[in-house]
Design a protein. Structure first.
Length: 225
């Protein structure tokens, strides 16, 4: 069954998903480097991990395991290899890049440097999200919550479900002593248009090429909207 799933998804989409998570981890590291806040979920996990005295990457795995139970019970169709890669490896990828950036360029101190760092984080993070989500081979436990809520309560738009979840995470982050700032607001409200840009001008074209090659080999493919 697992073998058949991987065959159906295709090696090319798996690669796109993995690369997307690498860029997403880099984006999280860049946001953290700015000192102006991260995306609400990452920010919350960072704040809670500091309170618990557990490394961010390890704490993220624990949080994702808890949320995976919800995804497994109510959103099995959203589970795939991308779920596992994001839930287990993303924290370690982000930690690796953060340590690398600190050792190579240091932590920006001037406000204009920090704002530019946030801008760089927007581009990198959005590119990663575009690749990871559009590959359509599994959704991260936290990302699945908004999708599950949209299925359960379709009269409420996905946007509002996502915003409500992000707002709760931002509140917990703040109460736990984490940073809620420009980076948090940008991640919560500003990534969408940039992700859409990458979807339209790069990712969907790339996936269509990958699928076209699979069609020529008479293999099943996933359609891109």
């Amino acid at each position: 069954m697992i073998k058949e799933y991987f065959k159906k998804a295709g090696f090319g989409r798996m690669v796109v998903m993995v690369v997307g998570n690498i860029f997403l981890g880099l984006g999280i590291a860049i946001f953290k480097l700015s000192g102006l806040g991260n995306d609400p979920y990452s920010g919350m996990v960072m704040a809670l991990s500091d309170c618990a005295g557990i490394a961010y990457a390890n704490f993220l795995v624990l949080m994702n395991l808890l949320l995976f139970v919800v995804e497994f019970l109510f959103g099995k169709k959203f589970i795939g290899p991308g779920t596992v890669v994001n839930a287990v490896l993303l924290g370690y990828i982000a930690t690796f890049f953060y340590n690398l950036l600190v050792s190579v360029i240091g932590i920006p101190e001037l406000m204009w440097q920090r704002v530019l760092t946030v801008c760089a984080g927007v581009v990198v993070c959005s590119f990663g999200v575009s690749l990871y989500q559009s590959s359509d081979v599994g959704v991260a436990p936290y990302d699945s919550l908004s999708l599950i809520m949209t299925v359960k309560w379709p009269k409420i738009a996905y946007f509002w479900h996502r915003i409500s979840n992000d707002a709760i995470c931002a509140l917990i982050c703040f109460l736990a002593g984490g940073i809620v700032g420009l980076g948090t607001l940008v991640c919560a409200f500003g990534l969408g248009p940039v992700v859409y840009f990458f979807n339209a001008h790069f990712t969907n074209r790339l996936l269509n090429r990958i699928d076209e090659k699979r069609r020529k080999k008479n293999r099943p493919v996933r359609e891109i909207d």
